[in-house]
Ligand binder design. Structure first.
Ligand code: FAD
Length: 508
């Protein structure tokens, strides 16, 4: 029997907004669907893009692979650097420092992950800090970096090195724009001032530009940033507010002169009412102070930021206001929201660009026909909800698991009620060091274990099966991993040297 098609194929997609979200969507859709789909992007230079968002997670390399982006060219064009993880200073308590590194911790043995054996060895005073057992956490503070060499012996830490990128967000949008336009995306300059909806269905038929032009489409992607022009202003889907769990709601971003070697990691230093980021690029260092307006004034936040730059400021601080949370639906009718239009979890774990990427992947997998079968939308929204909530919990963990009591802000976040879903993770880990990844949630064992330990949650015990292994074998495993990781790191070049050799950008 022939397949009955329930709707005509979609022929045109209109993306409103040309920040990272808009151009990522344009580049991915035009690459994947080719000329069978007419992709148009409308953006307004007068409004501009947010232009912050310089640190990423390793998943971006998959997106780059989809677009067949050459890594060296990408790094050069965006003044990019490599990121092995995030260094968290003063988070668990003042004076603490740990790295949430990408990749793996040690080598698993039998059914159990490495950190279980480490817990036992540590309890007996026979193990170092957990950072000694991961390539990323050992190499990062030493300023070392390399990509896996083609001839690296398999199953060695260096063969499995995991890394992300740090880049200039404005250059990133330009870089993607060039590719998208080459792939056939049509860009229209102009400000959208009106939205026309079908009187019966409420679907968006077209948008109206300030100069009067109407742009019609089958599917609209709202990438208008915090304005959320289609998904909220027009469709009014509502916002799920998570400010009570993530009270930081303002940021000041400022670039400063680069001083010293380029660190292969992002730094997050906890401050009185929030935290400060430091993201090294080739031509400058990006900085920002993220804080809660309930607990700190804008002036005090500015002073604190300016006092804590490592080089001369290169601009005035750029203020940004936001609210943690997400739209109740990221897909409604024929509108899908990506990027800041869909929601925002503060930048502590550099997850916003990842959420754009994963939204694009999800949209491509669930790509509708012109009848917009509600099952597709329902699945999309449920998966996005799950993904946001899991990341939300991971970020809240950093504020919850702390002993800091030196300000009203820290007293609030330390004692606030947390989501039950996060409490279950913390309780499980605190008991026996266990972690179970929930389905497809973004952060896995390495991330949760490193951050829980780094924030001061030390399990009371370890998995009983560790005792089924002879003690001498457990200690030998822990000792062996430490030596292998150290010897691999010993072979790595300095991050600066690696960049200079393979992907140095031109100076401006
Ligand atoms: C303080 C801060 C720090 C961040 N740090 C990170 C980080 O380290 N890592 C990370 O992954 N992400 C980070 N992000 C998030 C990141 O900046 C964004 O997710 C990303 O840049 C995508 O932004 P966007 O494209 O959704 O919005 P924008 O860049 O704001 O783009 C919106 C677009 O819509 C257009 N537009 C708006 N209204 C109209 C209209 N009426 N007509 C026509 N066009 C219109 C604008 O012109 C613009 O082109 C951070 C965000 C903030 C606020």
């Amino acid at each position: 029997m022939p397949i009955q098609q329930s709707g005509q194929p979609i022929q045109s997609v209109v993306i409103i907004g040309g920040g990272s979200a808009g151009w990522m969507a344009a580049a991915a859709l035009s690459k994947s669907f080719g000329h069978s789909l007419d992709v148009r992007l409308v953006e307004s230079e007068e409004i501009g893009i947010i232009g912050v968002g310089e640190a990423t997670v390793p998943h971006l390399s998959l997106f780059n692979r989809l677009l067949e982006i050459d890594e060296g060219e990408f790094i050069r064009q965006t003044q990019g650097t490599f990121k092995l993880g995030i260094q968290f200073n003063d988070w668990g308590k003042m004076g603490d420092s740990y790295i949430h590194g990408f990749g793996t911790i040690g080598r698993d043995l039998g059914l159990l992950p490495f950190h279980q054996y480490w817990l036992k060895a540590r309890a007996e005073g026979r193990a170092k800090d957990i950072s000694a057992y991961s390539l990323n956490t050992l190499a990062a503070p030493l300023g070392k970096f390399m990509v896996a060499p083609h001839d690296a012996p398999p199953n060695t830490p260096i063969a499995e090195i995991a890394y992300a990128y740090q880049f200039d967000a404005v250059r990133y949008a330009h870089f993607l724009r060039k590719r998208a336009e080459m792939q056939g995306v049509q860009r229209t300059e102009g400000k959208v001032v009106g939205v026309n909806q079908n009187s019966e269905t409420g679907f968006v038929d077209s948008v109206r530009l300030e100069r009067g032009e109407l742009i019609a489409g089958d599917l609209f992607i709202d990438c208008t940033g915090f304005r959320a022009l289609l998904i909220e202003d027009t469709l009014k889907v509502g916002f799920e507010d998570w400010l009570h769990w993530l009270p930081v709601d303002r940021a000041l971003a400022i670039p400063c002169q680069k001083v010293g070697p380029i660190t292969p990691f992002t730094r997050s230093t906890a401050r009185t009412a929030g935290w400060q980021w430091r993201i090294p690029l080739q031509h400058r260092t990006g900085n920002g102070h993220v804080y809660s307006s309930q607990f700190m004034s804008d002036d005090a936040a500015t002073d604190l930021l300016l006092k804590n730059l490592d080089g001369r400021p290169l601009a005035d601080p750029l203020p940004v206001r936001f609210r943690a949370g997400k739209r109740r639906k990221l897909w409604d009718k024929n509108v899908v929201a990506l990027g800041l239009a869909g929601g925002f979890l503060e930048p502590l774990e550099s997850t916003a660009i990842y959420l754009v990427q994963s939204g694009i992947n999800r949209l491509m997998s669930l790509f509708p026909r012109a009848d917009f079968d509600p099952a597709l939308q329902g699945t999309y929204n449920a998966q996005a909800q799950f993904e946001y909530e899991r990341i939300r919990d991971f970020i809240i963990l950093h504020y919850h698991a702390t002993t800091r009591d030196d300000s009203d802000f820290w007293n609030y976040v330390r004692t606030m009620p947390i989501p039950d879903s996060l409490k279950a993770y913390v309780d499980l880990f605190a008991a026996g060091g266990q972690f179970f990844r929930n389905g497809t949630e973004m952060f896995g064992l390495t991330s949760w274990v490193q951050v829980m330990l780094g924030q001061g949650i030390m399990p009371r015990s370890y998995h009983p099966a560790v005792d089924w292994v002879r003690e001498a074998d457990t200690l030998a495993l822990v000792d062996h991993v430490e030596k292998v990781v150290a010897s691999n790191v010993g072979l790595m070049p300095r991050h600066d040297d690696f960049i200079a050799r393979h992907c140095a950008a031109s100076p401006n």
